[in-house]
Design a protein around this ligand. Structure first.
Ligand code: LLP
Length: 438
C-alpha cells in the first residue's frame, strides 16, 4: 500500500512518519492521509487519460474526502472538482478553487444552491431532473446569465464490484431515463432554455467496480444517445462524463484493475462508436473519488478493552467506530489492519475489532489475524481515505477525529480534532432555566 514500510523500531511508517509517533502527537482515532500518494493517484488518472485521449479531463469526486487542503491539491494536480451540495461548493470556493473547474452534481439541488453556483460562476451544472431545469430557466432569466449544463442520464446499467446488470427501464432516483424517453425530453427542454448551454451528458454506473465491461456498455449507450440527439435536433454533444466507480483494494480479496484498463476501455469504446455512428469524438471525462484518496488513507486507533470469551471470540475494542467509519455497518465493508507498534512481529491470534459505539453492529473487522494484542497498542486500518472523514458523525457525542497529511517524513495537521465544546456549538441552552416552561 503506497509509501508504507516498517522502520528500525519495528513500527509502521507512513511516508516517512512513524505511525506510533503520529498517534502520540495527534491522538487517536486519527485519519492519516499520505499526500504524495494522493498526488500520485491524481497524476496517474490525469496523465493516463490524457495520453489515451488528449481532449479529456479528470474530475475529483469531492464527496469521497473534501477539505480546503484537498481542494488545493486537486487544483495543483490539474484536476477538476465535482461537488454535490452547497456545502461542498462552499469549501471549494473558500479554498480558492477555480469555480470554472467545478462540476455541480446532486439530485435535489435547491434554488439557493443553484443560485449560489451561478453567482460563483461554476463551470458546469449537471442537471438531474426537470424541476432543476425549470429553476435554472427562472434563475438564468433573472440573473441574465448563461450556464453550461450536462444532463445526468440513467443508462440502465448498475455495476458493483464483480457484478453488473443492465436494468433497462431504470428504477433510480438519479438522472433522466434513457429507455423511457425522459432523456430525450430533457434534451428537448434544455435546447429551449436560453440561459442554458447543453454541452454534455453524464452517467455514473456504480462504485467499487472491478471490471471493464460495464464501462464499455456505458460508452455504447451514451454514444448512441449522442447520435440520436444529433439526428433529431442537429445538436452536437461535446462532453461525455462517465462518472467514477474505479475499484480499490481494501483486502486481499479485492482485485482492482489498473486505471489504464478502465480508461482504455472507455476511450476505445467511445472512439469505436464514434466511427460506427459517424459522430465526432467528444471530450471524455471521468470522476474518480475513491480511487484517488481511498488507498492514501490510514486510520490509527488505540486499543482499549480486550474481552476474551473462551471458545467463542476475542473482542478487541478501539477508541473509534461507526462515528469515524460507518462503512462496515452500512455496507458490510471489509478492511485489513496491522498493529502499528508491532508491525514487524508475526501474527499470533485471531481477534475481532469492535468500535466503541453503543450498537452490536459497530464492529470494524471480524476475525483478523494480528500479533498478540495488548491494551495500548496502536491499530492501523488501511484504505480509509475515501468516505470515512466525509461520512463521519458525532454519534454517541463522539468528537470527530483529526486529519493529518503526511509527506516526506513531515506531518501537518489539516483538520483539528473536534472538542467537547464543538459538540455544543449550535445548541441553544440557557443554564438555570427549566427545559420546558409551562
Ligand atoms: N460521480 C458521481 C456522480 C457519483 O455519484 C460518485 C459516487 C462518484 C462520481 C465517485 O465514485 P467513486 O469513484 O468514489 O466510486 N459511500 C459509498 C460510496 C458512494 C458513492 C456515491 N457516488 C462508500 O463508502 O462506498
Amino acid at each position: 500500500v503506497g509509501n508504507i514500510s516498517i522502520n528500525s523500531k519495528g513500527h509502521l511508517e507512513i511516508c516517512g512518519c512513524d505511525a506510533v509517533d503520529l498517534a502520540r502527537e495527534f491522538g487517536t482515532p486519527l485519519y492519516v492521509m499520505d499526500e504524495s500518494h494522493i498526488r500520485q493517484n491524481c497524476r496517474l488518472y490525469r496523465e493516463t487519460l490524457n495520453s489515451l485521449h488528449p481532449d479529456s479531463g479528470v474530475i475529483y469526486a469531492g464527496k469521497a474526502f473534501l477539505t480546503m487542503n484537498m481542494c488545493r491539491i486537486v487544483e495543483q494536480e490539474g484536476l477538476y472538482l465535482d461537488v454535490v451540495s452547497g456545502g461542498e461548493l462552499y469549501v471549494a470556493i473558500k479554498a480558492g478553487f477555480p469555480a470554472e473547474k467545478i462540476y455541480f452534481h446532486g439530485n435535489n439541488k435547491s434554488y439557493e444552491e443553484l443560485k449560489m453556483a451561478i453567482d460563483y460562476n461554476v463551470g458546469h451544472i449537471v442537471v438531474d431532473n426537470f424541476h432543476e431545469m425549470e429553476m435554472l430557466n427562472d434563475l438564468t432569466k433573472k440573473l441574465r446569465h448563461r450556464v453550461n449544463i450536462l444532463l445526468r442520464i440513467s443508462p440502465g446499467i448498475e455495476a458493483h464490484t464483480h457484478d453488473y446488470i443492465k436494468t433497462g427501464q431504470l428504477d433510480s432516483k438519479f438522472g433522466f431515463g434513457l429507455e423511457n424517453g425522459q432523456a430525450m425530453m430533457a434534451v428537448d427542454r434544455a435546447l429551449g432554455i436560453k440561459g442554458v448551454r447543453l454541452v454534455g451528458f453524464h452517467c455514473h454506473i456504480g462504485s467499487q467496480i472491478f471490471e471493464t465491461e460495464p464501462f464499455e456498455l456505458a460508452a455504447e449507450l451514451m454514444m448512441k444517445f449522442v447520435k440520436s440527439v444529433k439526428s433529431r435536433f442537429g445538436h452536437g454533444i461535446r462532453q461525455l462524463d462517465f462518472g467514477g466507480g474505479f475499484g480499490v483494494k481494501y483486502t486481499e480479496e479485492d482485485k482492482p484493475l489498473h486505471p489504464r484498463e478502465y480508461l482504455m476501455t472507455l476511450v476505445e469504446s467511445v472512439k469505436r462508436w464514434a466511427r460506427e455512428l459517424n459522430v465526432a469524438v467528444p471530450r471524455i471525462l471521468v470522476e474518480p473519488g475513491r480511487a484517488i484518496v481511498g488507498p492514501a488513507g490510514i486510520t490509527l486507533y488505540t486499543i482499549g478493552a480486550i474481552k476474551d470469551i473462551p471458545g467463542v471470540r476475542k473482542y478487541v475494542s478501539v477508541d473509534g467506530g461507526i462515528s469515524d467509519n460507518i462503512r462496515p455497518a452500512l455496507y458490510g465493508a471489509r478492511y485489513s489492519a496491522v498493529l502499528a507498534n508491532k508491525a514487524g512481529m508475526p501474527v499470533e491470534e485471531t481477534v475481532s475489532i469492535a468500535g466503541k459505539c453503543c450498537e452490536s453492529g459497530d464492529m470494524l473487522i471480524w476475525d483478523i489475524k494480528l500479533p498478540r494484542v495488548s491494551t495500548g497498542d496502536i491499530l492501523a486500518v488501511f484504505c480509509t481515505g475515501a468516505y470515512h472523514y466525509s461520512m463521519a458523525s458525532n454519534y454517541n457525542m463522539i468528537p470527530r477525529p483529526a486529519v493529518v497529511f503526511v509527506r516526506d517524513g513531515i506531518a501537518r495537521l489539516v483538520v483539528k480534532r473536534e472538542t467537547y465544546k464543538d459538540l455544543l456549538r449550535n445548541e441553544i441552552f440557557e443554564p438555570g432555566k427549566k427545559a420546558i416552561s409551562s
